[in-house]
Design a protein around this ligand. Structure first.
Ligand code: NDP
Length: 334
């Protein structure tokens, strides 16, 4: 049986990755797209070969879909996800799930009450590189993990220099955009949960309206691991990476904080350096495959609603810390 998808939001990410990822599934079909503008809905539908373009949530939810993919701006996710759940649709929602973790928990509750699957589109835990690191750590190959470093400061391309850097009310800013991903990837790779964060942020010239376009965070995890992460919109040549250092070895991943299945992972121990092999499946394709399986009762989405609450609670704590200048406890309230 085909799983019929409706897209809530005529977005860049849907056009660049998610429509193809749905169509890459043997049982996936995109049947409709919703935009707030009827003209944009029609042109987006035509350009992406989608049968229906509609300009209201009701029309989208009654267009014969089984699941929705929400990729509107962040302030709209809550209302749209709750409405979709109440209409009996499975929900794959973009990160951050909402503007606050309390609102994200409302989405979780609505999906549970409706008995529909909720996934958070944290693509990075679908990367072969991050799965190879997680497996190496779980297998004890670096001994006891001690510390991690995440390098995730990029340059926001011109076509995305809109609401992310100008609109606080839409959930702009680098923390809600990228720190959420780092929270999720750290949790996934380490198999551990953060307890506390200290953050400083900057507005280095690109963002306006009081929004931050750079952040540095210090994290403490339940196991005692400490981590640092750097998120940014304004560094053209920084490159990305992820390192985990343990008592018996270190993992160095390069070019892995990205949307594509690229990069390398090196394990360094007393024996020397070893390149880890990993699969190069598309991150979003794998994310959708797990979501389809979850709809059929087989397993869970790659990142669940609870994972989305954790990442947002972490980002929320980072923003509070940047404001207060103090360490802030991370409490997802689950
Ligand atoms: P876009 O800015 O491309 O789209 C967001 C909304 O802006 C759309 O829903 C659309 O509104 C409106 N919009 C887009 N293009 C235009 C245009 N040319 N003219 C007028 N309005 C336009 O956002 P992104 O795709 O970058 O991000 C969407 C969501 O996805 C966010 O929640 C973001 O955090 C998340 N995201 C996640 C990624 C991941 O890898 N997991 C990567 C990138 C984004 P309407 O629908 O009303 O037409």
């Amino acid at each position: 049986m085909t799983i019929r998808w409706g897209l809530i939001g005529a977005s860049t990410i849907a056009k660049q990755y998610m429509i193809d990822a749905i169509r890459a599934q043997a049982d996936g079909e995109v049947v409709s797209v919703m935009s707030s503008s009827a003209d944009r809905a029609a042109s987006y539908a035509k350009e992406n070969h989608i049968t229906k373009g509609v300009d209201s949530l009701d029309a989208l939810l009654s267009s014969g879909v089984d699941a929705v993919y929400i990729s509107t701006t962040n302030e709209l996710h809550l209302e749209q996800a709750v409405a979709a759940a109440r209409a009996g649709k499975h929900v794959m929602c973009e990160k951050p799930l909402a503007l606050t973790s309390a609102d994200a928990r409302k989405i979780l509750t609505a999906c549970k009450e409706a008995g529909v699957v909720l996934g958070t589109n944290h693509h990075l835990r679908n990367a072969g590189a991050h799965r190879a690191m997680r497996e190496a750590i779980a297998a004890g190959r670096i001994g006891k993990p001690v510390a991690a470093r995440v390098f995730h400061s990029v340059y926001l391309p011109a076509h995305l220099q809109g609401w992310r850097i100008t609109k606080p009310e839409a959930g702009g800013g680098v923390v809600l955009d990228i720190t959420v991903h780092d929270a999720d990837t750290l949790r996934f790779v380490l198999g551990d949960d953060p307890t506390e964060i200290t953050a400083i942020t900057q507005s280095s010239g690109m963002a306006s309206g009081g929004l931050e376009d750079g952040a540095m965070c210090l994290w403490r995890f339940k196991s005692g691991v400490i981590a640092q992460s750097h998120e940014g919109f304004t560094t053209k040549f920084a490159g990305t990476g992820f390192e985990v250092h343990g008592t018996e070895g270190s993992l160095f991943a390069k070019d892995v904080m990205t949307q594509n299945p690229i990069g390398t992972v090196t394990l360094r121990t007393e024996k020397g350096d070893e390149e880890l092999n990993f699969d190069r499946e598309g991150l979003y394709v794998r994310s959708l495959r797990a979501f389809h399986a979850a709809i059929r009762g087989q397993g869970q989405p790659a990142a669940t609603g609870e994972d989305g609450v954790w990442s947002l609670a972490s980002a929320e704590a980072a923003l509070q810390s940047a404001k207060s200048g103090k360490a802030v406890a991370i409490n997802p309230g689950l």
